[in-house]
Design a protein around this ligand. Sequence first.
Ligand code: DAH
Length: 343
Amino acid sequence: MNELVNKFDHIRQEAVAALSEARDQAAVEALKVHYLGRKGVIPGLFREMGGLPPQQRPQVGQTANQCKNQVQAAVDEALARVTSGGGGGGDAAAELDVTMPGRRRRIGLKHPVSQVMDDAIDIFRRMGFVAADGPDLETEYHNFDALNTPADHPSRDVQDTFYLPDGRLLRTQTSPVQVRVMENRPPPLRIVCPGRCYRRDTPDATHAMNFHQIEGLYVDRHVSLADLKATMTLFAHELLGPRVRVRFRPHFFPFTEPSLEYDFSCIMCGGDGCRICKNSGWLEISGAGMVDPAVFHAVGYDSEQWTGYAFGMGVERIAMIRYAIGDIRLLYENDMRFLRQFN
Ligand code: DAH
C-alpha cells in the first residue's frame, strides 16, 4: 500500500515540476496527455488501486485524488501562463531566456550633406580659414545690394527668392555672410561659411528649394587669382583624391571681377565622359572670383589696399558626386535604408 502512495507522490512532484517548465501550449498539452490522459500515468496508477484490499482503498484513494487534482491545477496554471503572451501575469524569471541575443541599438550617423560639410570645413581650416556664421533670414541689403547686385537683377525676382511681408528674405546664397563678417572685422581675414540657402526652384533631380552652400572669402594684400586656383585645386585633391583635375571657366557674378566657375574632372569616369557628367568629363562645382571693389566699398574696406577672392560651392552637388547619388531629393526623404549607406 505504501508503495502505491509513494508512486502517486512521486508522479505528482514530477508532473508539477515538468509543467512549471513547459514553454508553450503544445508542451503543456503533451504533458497533460502523458499524465492525465486516458492511457496516462495517473489513470494507470488508479487502475493499480483495484488490486488493493478494500480496507486500504480509502486511504490510498485520498492520495490519488490529491495527486490528480494537483496535476490538473498545474496544467491549468501552465496553460494560462503560456497563452498570456509572455507579458504581465506569468512568472517573469521563468520566462527570461538568457541565451537570447540582445537587441542591437543603431548608432546614428552623419547625414551625407553634413559629412561633406564637415570634411570641407576641416580641409579649409587646415589652410587657415576659420568658420563664420550668418542668419538664414536676411535683409535685401546683405543678400543683394551690398553684393553689388543691381535692382533689376533676375535673381531678386519673387519667382526666385522667398520674401517675407516685412521685406526681409530667406537668403538665396551664403555670400551675405561675407558682407556681415567684413562689416564687423578689419582685414585681413580668411573665412568659410557653411549654411542653408533657399530658392523658389521647382524641385527636380538637381534642384531643391532648400540646399546648402559653403562660402569662402580671403582678403589680404596682394591676393591673386593664382591663390584662388591653388586653394581650389588643393581642396579638390583633399576632398576627392589626387587624381581629380580642376578647370576654371570665365563667368559673371555681380560681386566678383573677374568671375569664374570651376569644375572638377568627373570622379566616376575619370574624365572620359559618362552618364553622371553628361559625357563632358567635368562636373560643375562652384562660382568664384576676385572680390569686386564695389563690395569692399559697401563694407568700408579700402580697395586700393586690399584684395581678395571669394567662392561659393553647392554642398549637395559635391555630396552627389562623392557618393554617386543621382537625385538630390533622395537626400531629403529621410529614408533610413538610403541614409544608412553613407557611413
Ligand atoms: N553666390 C553664388 C551663387 O549662389 C556663388 C558664388 C559665386 C559665391 C562667386 C562667391 C563668388 O563668393 O565669389 O551662385
